[in-house]
Design a protein. Structure first.
Length: 184
């Protein structure tokens, strides 16, 4: 996987769109306009994350976001022709780059690679896109214990006196109205 990232950094494939923009625009080439929630599900993203990404794409004029006519709370995202054209240029460059790298591979090797990548992609989809995300426990900052493990003394409560009648303290003893202070 490290080499895939190296490939993307050392080629001019993503000089028109960065990798995130490209990945966000890809589903539109097949699916047409979609809501942010649909885009999030397609990409395996949290809807809030997808919303922030769509805002960035909108600012870059790569998509247009309009209110859904059926439900004005939802946004429908549509890439203009220029946005799709840019995505296709990057897709074609990626395809050419991979073709060059695999140019001396034989048909059987290419089939085996395709079979393994397909199997890998299905495993990733099954594990991360078709099952709800597992909540990971939040780890406290190093050197600190979670709040429930820290020994925090209870805050003292002021004495309650109603109509001059003292009330019992929850810790025993009695409280009196107007008790003299220890300092004076």
């Amino acid at each position: 996987m490290r080499n895939f990232e190296l490939l993307h950094r050392r080629t001019v494939v993503h000089d028109r769109l960065d990798r995130a923009q490209y990945l966000l625009l890809r589903p539109f080439s097949d699916g047409g306009p979609m809501t942010i929630t649909t885009l999030a599900c397609t990409l395996g993203l949290d809807p809030a994350t997808a919303g922030r990404q769509v805002s960035a794409l909108t600012a870059a004029s790569l998509v247009e976001s309009t209110a859904d006519l059926a439900d004005r709370r939802r946004r429908v995202v549509t890439p203009p022709a220029d946005g799709l054209r840019e995505m296709r240029v990057v897709r074609d460059r990626r395809t050419e780059s991979h073709a060059e790298l695999l140019g001396d591979w034989g048909p059987e090797e290419l089939r085996a690679l395709g079979t393994m990548l397909d199997r890998y992609n299905r495993a990733v989809t099954s594990r991360y896109l078709l099952t709800p995300p597992q909540r990971q426990p939040q780890m406290p900052p190093q050197g600190r214990r979670p709040a429930q493990e820290r020994r925090i003394p209870p805050r003292p409560r002021p004495p309650r006196v109603t109509d001059g009648v003292p009330h019992r303290s929850p810790h025993g003893g009695s409280l009196t109205a107007g008790a003299p202070s220890r300092s004076g």
